[in-house]
Every structure is written in C-alpha cells, then in structure tokens.
Design a protein around this ligand. Sequence first.
Ligand code: PHE
Length: 354
Amino acid sequence: MSIIDELESLKAETLARIADAADLAVLDAVRVEVLGKKGSLTGVLRGLGALPAEDRPAVGKASNEVRTALEQALDERKALLADVALSARVAADAIDVTLPGRKRLPGRKHLINQITDEVVDIFTGLGYAVAEGPEAELDYYNFTALNHPPTHPARSATDTFYVRDLSEEVPGQTGPVTDVLLRTHTSPVQVRVMERQKPPVYVIVPGRVYRRDIADPSHLPQFHQIEGLAVDEGITFGDLKGTLDYVCKELFGKDRKTRFRPHFFPFTEPSAEVDVSCGICAGSGCRFCKYTGWQEILGCGMVDPNVFGYVDIDPEVHTGFAFGMGVERIAALRYDIPDLRMLVEGDMRFLRQF
Ligand code: PHE
C-alpha cells in the first residue's frame, strides 16, 4: 500500500470514529490517538524522510489535507456534542411555570412556648425574675439537695434517665453509681438559685424535663415544667394560695375556682396539689374530670427547712414557697387536647389551631 493510500484509509477510518463519538471524552481520545504526539498520523509522517525526494511534496501535501480534514471534523463534532449536552442540561433544569406555587405559611410560636411565655409574663408582672438551669443535671441538685433519701423510688433507673455511670470508678460498689442525669423536674433550679442568691428570692423557671415514661395520651418522656420559688421573711402558705389562685384565674378564666389538697413532696412541707374547677362541666362532674368536678394542675408547698440547710439559708429567719406546673397539662386542660402526643407530632393541621 502506498503511503498516500495509507493516509486515505487512516482519514476514512478516523472520520468514521469521529462521527460515532458519543461524548466529548471519547472524541478527545480519538484526537489524541490520531493527531497527538504519538498519534498514528504523526507516525505516518515520521516515515517521510525515508521517501525519495521527488515523492515528498505530494505526500506532505496529502498528509496536511488529512490533518486539516480531521481537525475540522473534530471541531464540528465537538461543537455538536457540546450543544447536545447543553440542551440536555437545559431540559433537565426546566421549570414548569404552569405548576401551582407552594404555599408558605407564616411561622408561629408552638402552643407550649405560647403558654410558657404567658405564665412567665404573669410572674414577671408580679416582680419575679426568670432563672434557668441545665437539663443534664447533677444527682445532687435533682435529688439530694431536694431532700430525697438515697432510696427514694424516683431515683431508680426505671424512672430517671441517667447520663453517666460511675460504677467502675467507685471501688466496692454493688448497685449503679451515677451522678449525672436528665433532670426529672425543674425543682433543682431552686437549689441552684438559692446557692448563689440570698433572700429575697422571687424566680420563675421554665424548662424541659425528662422521665422514663412511655409516651401515651397522658405521658411524654420529655415535657415542660414551670417552677416558681419565693423566699423572703414572713412568707406564708396564705401567700402561696393567693399567688396560685391569681395565676389560675389568669390562665383559665376568672370564673374558675381552685382548691388545695394535702400532698407530699420531699422538698416541701407542708405540700399540696392544686386543682382547678373543671372547665367542661363547671364543677358538676363529667367524664373529662373523672366526675370529680376538679382537674389537677400543679404541685406546691412551703420550702422544707432541710432544703434551706443545703443552701445555707436560716429557716428561723426566712420562709418560702415553691410550686411546679406541667405546661403540657395546662395546654391539654385549656384546649381539651385528648392526647399529649399531639403536641410533639408536628402536625400543622393541629398546631395551627392555636
Ligand atoms: N417538682 C414537683 C414535680 O415535678 C412539683 C413541685 C415543685 C412540687 C415545687 C412542690 C414544689 O412533681
């Protein structure tokens, strides 16, 4: 085969490969293979020197023509493939302007935050300051300094989420030894506040609390409480009653009555639970209040002198009251919410009612 024939067949074969190249990468590979430094056309031209001098001009001319033709075909194919790629991208990114728009609803405060803010506002109006404490709390603040004996059932690992296990570090221990837990109530903040502030103390403490309960209509493993603490000279149970009666009327309406039932908490003495007259039956008894005419809404009492002992406040000089209410419970009572889980499920059809 003459060198001219060789050039012609290389040209025909390469043009076919260019036409077949499905994308830019394949096309570039063809270019390198034929026109590159070690390419086949370059190889043919390398043999030029061996030709008789009179044949060289014709072969040189032919090879230049092949090179020009291949370069042109490469450029055209490249432009075409780039076009195809662009059209594909444009088609993929296309916006269907006939689709209906997405409705964007304005944000709003969750019911739990609305009620929390409302209660905090009532108390700041009475001169209370807002205090907060950690959700991962020391056993000392959650139980010990709140006068819970070491064997108190609330300390069991079936009731409380423990965070740190120290059993390994305390030699000779049989039972679990833990010092950090998820607080089971907001009451530990009472101790934290009294540790750093001497009376008069008037604080309101909103916060999240945790208990090892399975979620059901009336329980959530994580919920919210609002704690109140007043310590001063001459604070009496009458002050506690008056304050809570006022707050209940603010929260539930002026026509609601309150009643105090004796109860027990390790950190208050005496202790009470407060009920509000049932809003559904106005006290005559219905399914909602289990036919008692009352709904329980909070726990309270006079600060136990033992608690004052932990924070170095003299119970002969100062007395105080404390209370703790569940925010989910207030929400449920106020809006007849039949299942507390609805408050955490995030269903906007429910949440937007408030
Ligand atoms: N901490 C108690 C509870 O979670 C409520 C409470 C607070 C009771 C303050 C008395 C005083 O049930």
